[in-house]
Design a protein around this ligand. Structure first.
Ligand code: UT7
Length: 331
């Protein structure tokens, strides 16, 4: 059976670090509150002269290098982001040029907030299995610092900037004990658009001086509601991935889930019955980087030698929309 597989990963992290102590000088908060409620200790912030495509290109180049595939051989670049370089053209087209991928190859962005990377992986999987493309680069990148209200302590403590990428290709899955992408599941509930959004900057409320004065071009979030749905839906998505593949919680070597908040991950761990010792976490050092968080965590877990050939990986993410997704991968 033809199955797609991740053959290279990469990440790009801005050099500037913003610690909880730094935030205490900006808003009325404390290191103890942030650590207890979120698990976050620091996050990285992109320097003003750079944009999403710069981070995305760095992560994408590393993924190509690790895979040993020249950028010129990449047939399609999919970028999951809600903080692209500009409303159009797509960030993926900037990445194609900066990476030195082929003019004429496919490049597009997709908007599924924190689930954007897993949505992208699912689309790449479909392209690869039908044989439309041979090499697909999937990137999650966010520069959330540019749409964060740094005077709002309810949101500014959470978010960070970064990019993660995977290079995917397809091939025979090895028969009896298949390796590669086993399944992806994508979900959305448009009845919940109002609990996490950036209202201003699109066609409904353009970025006019009057609209910008309301500060609603920054992330608006009902934290408690998002929290509740994140635990419930990421757990449900993860359970679906297990059930569809006839797998049990004990079969999972690593859960690589969206790094939004350590308590959300603990809630998912309880509901799915997989101990936190098998959740890879780096939210303490990066904060919530939305679509970048899953591929960044995957790349870091691989670099640390935590993932071995044959390991079962379970992916889950949830973000604005709401959108959520899960995937099962035999490494
Ligand atoms: O990728 C998906 C994107 N979003 C998320 O994943 C976010 C999901 N939500 C969360 O992670 C949590 O809801 C937060 C971390 C945002 C907030 O934690 P919480 O435990 O839900 O706190 P809360 O909003 O219920 O606020 C509790 C108290 C409030 O004070 P009162 O009303 O009890 O006096 C807040 O005003 O904590 C206060 N508070 C803070 N205090 C110190 C809110 N933010 C802060 C802060 N520092 N930064």
């Amino acid at each position: 059976m033809i199955r797609s597989r991740i053959v290279g990963t990469g990440r790009a992290v801005p050099t500037k670090v913003l610690t909880n102590a730094d935030l205490m000088r900006m808003v009325d908060t404390s290191d103890a509150w942030i650590v207890e409620r979120t698990g976050i200790r620091e996050r990285h912030i992109l320097e003003p002269s750079l944009a999403a495509s710069d981070l995305a290109t760095e992560a994408g180049r590393k993924a190509c290098d690790k895979a040993g595939i020249a950028p010129a051989l990449v047939d399609c670049i999919i970028v999951g982001t809600v903080t692209g370089d500009c409303p159009f053209p797509s960030t993926a087209t900037f990445v194609q040029k900066k990476l030195g991928a082929r003019p004429g190859s496919c490049a597009f962005d997709l908007s599924a907030a924190c689930a954007g990377f897993l949505y992208g992986m699912s689309i790449a999987d479909a392209f690869l299995r039908v044989g439309q493309f041979k090499h697909v680069l999937v990137i999650g990148v966010e520069v959330l610092s540019r749409i964060t209200d740094w005077t709002d302590r309810g949101t500014c403590i959470l978010f960070g900037d970064g990019a993660g990428a995977v290079l995917m290709t397809a091939g025979d899955d090895g028969g009896a004990s298949p390796r590669g992408l086993l399944s992806t599941h994508l979900f959305a509930d448009g009845g919940l658009t109002d609990i996490l959004l950036q209202p201003i900057g699109g066609s409904r409320e353009p970025a006019t001086p009057e609209n910008l004065a309301t500060k609603r071009h920054f992330i608006q979030m009902n934290g408690r509601e998002v929290y509740k749905h994140a635990v419930r839906n990421m757990a449900a998505g993860a359970r679906t991935a297990l059930e569809v593949n006839g797998l049990k919680a004990d079969d999972v070597a690593w859960v690589v889930a969206h790094q939004a908040n350590i308590r959300i991950l603990e809630g998912v761990s309880d509901r799915v019955g997989i101990p936190m010792s098998r959740f890879f976490t780096n939210v303490d050092r990066y904060g919530n980087t939305s679509s970048a968080s899953v591929p960044t965590a995957l790349d870091e877990a691989l670099e640390m030698g935590k993932i071995k050939q044959g390991d079962l990986l379970l992916f889950a993410a949830l973000g604005g929309g709401l959108t959520w997704a899960s995937a099962a991968v035999r490494w």
